[in-house]
Design a binder for this molecule. Structure first.
Ligand code: THU
Length: 137
């Protein structure tokens, strides 16, 4: 699975975003170490705090299916109804959820398109994070 292919999966998943309140549609594609891909979109709620981000939808779907070993995630987002025009970085809660399951070198791909993207790491996006080891796990 190349970065380009993973981005295409995130762009496809973005089509399913439920975002009537913000109008921002986000898609994510999570690559497991065994090559399996789980996708997610943001799912908003009229009680706004019940909204789930695209990244967490993908991660929770993967964990619920028995996968906990991840190598990369591709994320794309922007106003619904048009192609992304800027990068959509993961929110703080999603970075924290990544920390639960992913190593510091977990690759985070932020994409405008499959030709225009950046690659970072979880440790760069969330340095000095609180994680399982802080609870002795
Ligand atoms: N959103 C995501 O899906 N992922 C992020 O990491 C940032 C924000 C969604 C949540 C909400 O539905 C919309 O983008 C606007 O905040």
């Amino acid at each position: 699975m190349t970065d380009t292919e993973l981005i295409r999966r995130a762009l496809e998943a973005r089509r399913f975003a439920w975002c009537p309140y913000s109008g921002i549609a986000v898609g994510a594609a999570l690559l497991c170490s065994d090559g399996t891909v789980f996708t997610g979109c943001n799912i908003e709620n009229s009680s706004l705090g019940a909204t789930n981000c695209a990244e967490r939808t993908a991660i929770f779907s993967a964990v619920a299916a028995g996968h906990r070993d991840f190598s990369a995630i591709a994320i794309c987002g922007g106003p619904s109804g048009s192609a992304p025009s800027v990068l959509c970085p993961p929110c703080g809660i999603c970075r924290q959820v990544m920390t639960e399951f992913c190593s510091p070198d977990f690759r985070v791909i932020l994409a405008v398109s499959d030709q225009d993207f950046t690659v970072s790491t979880l440790s760069a996006l969330l340095p000095s994070s609180f994680g399982p080891s802080d609870l002795g796990k």
